[in-house]
Design a protein around this ligand. Structure first.
Ligand SMILES: C[S@@+](CC[C@H](N)C(=O)[O-])C[C@H]1O[C@@H](n2cnc3c(N)ncnc32)[C@H](O)[C@@H]1O
Length: 291
């Protein structure tokens, strides 16, 4: 006998996201994440949040909005809602010209000033499931081998706790790792065997460089102290409106060491980069202040 669908799934199919409900949720999401959802994102909001309604056995989005705004004292549902709404697409060696720019132009400068400081700080801001941070860790390790004494850290942050847990595990499928050049894959990842066949795991030599933390760009102030030599914030600000993008880039600029670099995604240009940042290469900007 075929299993009959649960009464709840029948009800769910009938749930509508009304104009007023969409507007409420959209404003709530904007206020808490900076993510600006246009009218054509209605289907996305519906499909991503429907599972939260199902989870709480709610029959309408208005009840879900009430739960978020009146019955979520610890903010647990807010975290779950944000985890559903973010888009986390990423890849190893995504936009590879950025990593070539680091190796060919940026790292030689860091080496040249090494007499002054052998301390380097990187930030992968909006790291998603960690591929960007592990890529940075590989190119950093290649350029500054363990045999040399450098004090290097990579901070990797995201608002989404689900992808961060994944990032921290350092485990990926062979398909996900397919853009890592063979030599680097062998050097920096364990190949899974037995029940882990088809999977790879980042070695400790990479993990030791990276700290994963939850950070919402809308928080003010941010908790980190000290300046960064390199900030990667790629394919993140496209989700924000112009005023939020501008504010965020200003905050990044304030956290860049003189001569430090900001890397954005390929479709993210800084028309109003501010007086400090100068365009150096495709979506690469340098803080022009002198030390
Ligand atoms: C498309 S991914 C980009 C991943 C990686 N930087 C890359 O280019 O491959 C965008 C990430 O930005 C994060 N994000 C969105 N809004 C955020 C916010 N307000 N604070 C921090 N991270 C946010 C999302 O959770 C998501 O993982």
């Amino acid at each position: 006998m075929l299993a009959s669908p649960s009464s709840h799934s029948i009800q769910l199919a009938a749930i509508k996201l009304t104009d007023a409900e969409f507007r409420q949720l959209r404003e709530f999401i904007y206020a808490h994440t900076g993510i600006a959802l246009s009218e054509h994102k209605r289907a996305l909001v519906y499909s991503r949040l429907a599972k939260r309604l199902r989870h709480h056995k709610l029959d309408c989005f208005e009840d879900y909005y009430r739960l978020l705004t009146q019955n979520d004292p610890e903010g647990d549902e807010l975290v779950e809602m944000i985890n559903c709404i973010t888009t986390n697409k990423t890849d190893f060696f995504r936009e590879p010209h950025h990593f070539r720019f680091l190796a060919e132009h940026v790292f030689p400068q860091f080496r040249a000033r090494a007499g002054a400081s052998r301390r380097l700080r990187f930030w992968s801001a909006g790291t998603a499931s960690g591929e960007e941070a592990y890529t940075l860790a590989m190119v950093v390790r290649e350029a500054f081998p363990l045999s040399e004494t450098w004090d290097i850290r990579i901070l990797a942050t995201d608002i989404d706790t689900r992808v961060l847990a994944y990032a921290e595990s350092g485990e990926y499928t062979i398909e996900q790792a397919s853009r890592i050049p063979d030599g680097l894959l062998r050097r920096y990842f364990y190949q899974g065997e037995g029940e882990n066949a088809g999977r790879v795991q980042a070695k400790q030599v990479l993990k030791d460089l990276i700290r994963f933390r939850r950070l919402n760009f809308m928080d003010d102030p941010w908790p980190m102290r000290g300046l960064f030599d390199v900030i990667f914030c790629r394919n993140v600000i496209i989700y924000f409106d112009r005023p939020t993008q501008r504010r965020l880039v200003e905050r990044f600029a304030q956290l860049l060491r003189p001569g430090g670099y900001l890397f954005l995604g390929h479709s993210e240009s800084l028309i109003e980069a501010g007086h400090k940042l100068r365009h150096m290469s495709q979506s690469v900007y340098q803080n022009q202040e002198r030390a």
